[in-house]
Design a protein around this ligand. Sequence first.
Ligand code: NAI
Length: 463
Amino acid sequence: MASYDVIIIGSGPGGYVGAIRCAQLGLKTAVVEGRETLGGTCLNIGCIPSKALLHSTELLHETEHNFEKMGLKVASPKVDWKQMQAYKDDVIGQNTKGVEFLFKKNKIDWLKGWGSIPEAGKVKVGDEVHEAKHIVVASGSEPSALPGVEVDEKIVVTSEGALALGKIPKTMVVIGAGVIGLELGSVYARLGTKVTVVEYMETITPGMDAEVQRQFQKILKKQGLEFILGAAVEGVETTKTKAKVSYKLKKDDSEASLDADIVLVSTGRKPYTDGLGLDALGVKVSDRGQIEVDGHYRTNIDGIYAIGDCIAGPMLAHKAEDEGMAVAEGIAGQHPHVNYDVIPGVIYTHPEVASVGKTEAELKEAGHAYRKGSFQFMGNGRARANFAADGFVKILADKETDRILGAHIIGPMAGDLIHEICVAMEFGAAAEDLARTCHAHPTYSEAVREAALAASGMGAIHA
Ligand code: NAI
């Protein structure tokens, strides 16, 4: 038995970042992780491996579609699926080992095994019970089940199975036009799979800016994805090699079905708290399964905290990381703050989609008067040179004060471009502040400045 200041359960982005911050602040820290490698869903079966497949298939697309135009002659590219998987696994390995290295560097103990909390102040891992003044639950999330659909991770898969298919399927049905469905759907579409996305709502990526949704769907259609919207999936039947997805169209209650080699179920995730013993401890959990915490990530039980996907808020690695740092700083007696109004969301398709702050629909509903400035990447020289001129930047600013309220980007490197707007928002900047900041030419970020020029009322130059 060992005694710690802090034991964190889970080594995903929330847990491992929190542990490093704890150690930096002089707290004796351990992390419980039952997986063979550190890094949680994000590094092992989520963000990182999916980015490897996105990157390789985007380059495939570039080779097939734009090389000739640029005067680059190459023999037609072939996909070596085994090698692509090996590349992905190598990327996972580099990242998970990186976390292991950071643990050693910061003298953080890895308690290998699945943890539970028999009582406040104690964490059980295997047969050993360790003591900790503070216990942080960072146990993450798992795919939520869809009634009538049984996942076998072979034919009916979640994102985990979809990242490691034995071969490239000829046909795939994606259930849910959310982040996972569109990222992985577009990977397989680029590999030649016929991908059909079935979505319950009338739009893809529900909740996102409406103009972005429309343009995004158009672009994905051009990439070969087909959409059946307003359709509730009611069940999936499988044979040894195929699946049949039945759905009901909401507009007229008519029923139909689709056959596919692979079905990807991407209809959301739910907190993963199995086996922790929260019930017995009396830790309050909402009816959605989220652990309830106060502004300092404290549960109702003294000395037990929770962060990341297992509490309320967007299920995003970077949100968990921020909470990991904040919980550590709070335990160390500091006064941290996470600004939930400025958490960017990014979809890593090609082009990327990124947003921060309010959408127009949210501002309208709140009766908040705003001005909007948009700029099409078509007017950006760098984007045209790089075959990346699809999309736009939109900035929303308060009508009276010009303070930036939100931004929505679809286009090249949107996931990176969004951050200058996030920083501006953190500093309470006006659109004019961004507009008057010199932006290097020729860069994609000039499109952000142009949108800011438009939003501030000064007027975009290249529109
Ligand atoms: P999601 O919540 O993004 O999308 C689920 C979609 O499924 C919704 O559009 C919903 O309307 C639809 N749906 C639900 N039930 C349905 C039914 N019976 N028939 C048809 N459609 C149905 O969930 P997703 O894509 O599974 O992602 C899970 C979580 O992981 C999200 O919270 C997401 O933020 C996170 N994530 C984030 C990534 C990123 O930041 N790039 C990448 C991957 C995941």
